[in-house]
Design a protein around this ligand. Sequence first.
Ligand code: IPE
Ligand code: IPE
Ligand code: MG
Length: 240
Amino acid sequence: MEDAQKGPDHIAIIMDGNGRWAAARGLPRLFGHRAGAEAVRRTVEACCELGVKVLTLYAFSWENWDRPARETGELMELLDEFVRRELPTLHANHVRLRAIGRLETLPSGVLATLQRAMAETAGCDRMTLVLALSYGGRQEIVDATRRLATLVRQGRLDPAQIDETLFARHLYAADLPDPDLLIRTSGEQRLSNFLLWQSSYTEWYVTSKCWPDFSKEDLLDAIAAYERRERRFGKTMVRG
Ligand code: IPE
Ligand code: IPE
Ligand code: MG
């Protein structure tokens, strides 16, 4: 019998298809984003129950700022509302909230809500929920490079010391492991600037379902598919 590998410790999700979900129902895009927030709540709860250690959700990309101001405004309001509303549940379930991205570009009120939630859950250790906000993988790599260049200029770092390990230490959430499983909803087969550095050996799973329809069963299907895979990391086959 083929031996299944253990479940993923870190799941990352590109939550896509809110707009199409709403359009299919003749509703404005905002309704899709609202339904998407419900899917976030369900997914966080399911991951907690399943013993997932880290869940990273792509909630707003750097490029999403190029959408109409009305939509970005609504998304920011929804984010603020979601974090406020979910904070007691996150706390009760011992979920630590983190955020990655150019957070300084978020509206100040949203940033304050996030910072308060992150501070209040800092001691929680059952699961870490990472929200990628104003996030871009290329921007993250550029930001890390700037930090390293500053250290070199200050004479605190020799360029010869820069290797993959040291570089990774300057990314937004350097202490977290790379994702094991990356799920994208709504059928699109692209990374859209998500976790470029961290996903070099991550297993992919794409479902055609739009994000608001993503259920615990869909999550279990993705995990089951992951467990049937063999991760080789460039080596020869390890299973016979
Ligand atoms: C994902 O849904 C949510 C965000 C990107 C903020 P979309 O808004 O991209 O929905 P589609 O892809 O247009 O259907
Ligand atoms: C990726 O979805 C970003 C998020 C899910 C937050 P997009 O809808 O922005 O990606 P593209 O434009 O289809 O590549
Ligand atoms: Mg989309």
